[in-house]
Design a protein around this ligand. Structure first.
Ligand SMILES: [Zn+2]
Length: 407
């Protein structure tokens, strides 16, 4: 039994902070009881639910995207990069990640078995991409499919027509996918499409949705434009990634269908800031021009339409590990409390783990973090892992820079 006492609690629901709160942990769960067991004094800190990043790519993390897809990074380095990225995310206060393409159930098992430290990870397995569409990485003229390291990960599965989509979905589920990810428009990091393109037909998307439905899960779509989002949402996709250009009509459609939006401001910012560090070619950087600004507009349009907004960094490639930057960037647009709620309770709902993750309440999983400062006045602190002084995952203290457990 462990009691976290004295901190100001922000519980992830959007409710006002509570000063001098106490949270009792028994095993892996939060309990409704008086302080008992070991008591950690968190006076002066802010206590929050463990953060959730709903859009990451651990496969290839830390390496130049160009190098990995060209086969210039060894399997050992790719594996080490994945484990390193997972460990750093946990140390940054992210106790749960949703991997939107590349990693498979092997990574989930390695972390779950305690072989490597890391957050709980839900994976899409290989992204479903159409021939020549976003996600079809690999040599343009050298033939070949998409980047994969057999037994370790696979970035995408190229499929055309409902039957191939169905087979690709089955392959993803067989490799441990918790949900499906499908690219329904062009992307920023693409060589053979435009952001305004739509990809996959309604029938193809319905095929993926049918396979996901049959397994009690959902399809999320990579989408940058309204036309692609409308086709996907009408075909049953439940979640939209990026959404960098969404009009009012499309946001209203999303709201009617109960679809959610996961903007990825960090990725847009990184590509304009330093595309070379991410490891994409010089032809890619201009494609990111204006994407962050239009994504910010789309985010506001979605909020006004009543679309729930989650939080994803879309960190990929080399040069950055800061999952928390997404909260800092989003706080500038919709305020710090809404940014926190999007990365906690809204993300938990997107993951299908509503009430179990992303909130601090009796019965919920004991994933908690304490930060040094007030994130409502200083949301930039999420961008600095050193400000995250305590991380508890599944009731176990996994980071404790103030040595509260060993006074
Ligand atoms: Zn992504």
């Amino acid at each position: 039994m462990l009691t976290l006492a004295g901190a100001t609690l922000i519980d992830g629901t959007g409710r006002d902070p509570v000063a001098g709160a106490h949270v009792v942990i028994d095993g892996a769960r939060i309990q409704d009881r008086a302080p008992s067991g070991r008591i950690l004094d968190l006076t002066g800190l802010t206590l929050l639910p463990g953060l959730i990043d709903a859009h990451v790519h651990l496969f290839g993390a830390g390496h130049s995207l160009g190098d990995v897809t060209a086969g210039e990074v060894s399997a050992a380095e790719v594996a080490a990069g994945m484990f390193h990225a997972a460990g750093r995310a946990l140390q940054s206060g992210f106790t749960t990640l949703r991997d939107c393409g590349g990693a498979d159930g092997g990574l989930v098992r390695a972390i779950g078995a305690g072989l490597v430290p890391g957050p709980r990870v839900l994976v899409a397995g290989p992204i479903l991409a159409q021939t020549g569409g976003h996600g079809h990485f690999g040599p343009t003229f050298g033939g070949g499919d998409s980047w994969a390291v057999p037994g370790l990960g696979r970035l995408s599965h190229i499929c055309d027509g409902p039957d191939e989509v169905r087979r690709a979905a089955g392959t993803a589920f067989r490799s441990g996918a918790d949900f499906l990810k499908m690219c329904v428009t062009g992307g920023v990091v693409s060589h053979s499409d435009s952001l305004t393109d739509t990809q996959f037909t309604s029938d193809e998307i319905r095929a993926a949705v049918g396979e996901a439905d049959a397994r009690g899960t959902y399809v999320t779509v990579h989408a940058h434009n309204s036309a692609g989002v409308r086709v996907a949402v009408e075909a049953g996709a439940r979640c939209v990634e990026h959404g960098s250009d969404l009009d009012e009509e499309t946001c209203a459609l999303m709201a009617r269908h109960g679809a959610v939006l996961v903007p990825t401001l960090t990725a847009a910012r990184r590509l304009t800031e330093d595309a070379a560090k991410v490891g994409v070619g010089t032809d890619i950087a201009p494609r990111a021009d204006g994407v962050e600004a239009s994504m910010a507009r789309a985010l506001r349009t979605a909020v006004a339409a009543g679309v729930p907004v989650g939080s994803g960094s879309d960190l990929f490639g080399g040069g950055s590990w800061s999952h928390g930057r997404e909260l800092a960037l989003k706080a500038d647009l919709i305020g710090p409390m809404a940014a926190i709620t999007s990365a906690t309770s809204v993300n938990a709902r997107i993951l299908g783990l509503d009430g179990r993750l992303g909130t601090v309440r009796p019965g919920a999983t004991a994933d908690l973090i304490a930060v040094d400062g007030d994130p409502l006045t200083d949301p930039g602190l999420f961008d600095d892992p050193a400000r995250v002084v305590l991380v508890v995952k599944d009731g176990r203290v996994v980071k404790d820079t103030r040595r509260l457990l060993t006074p």
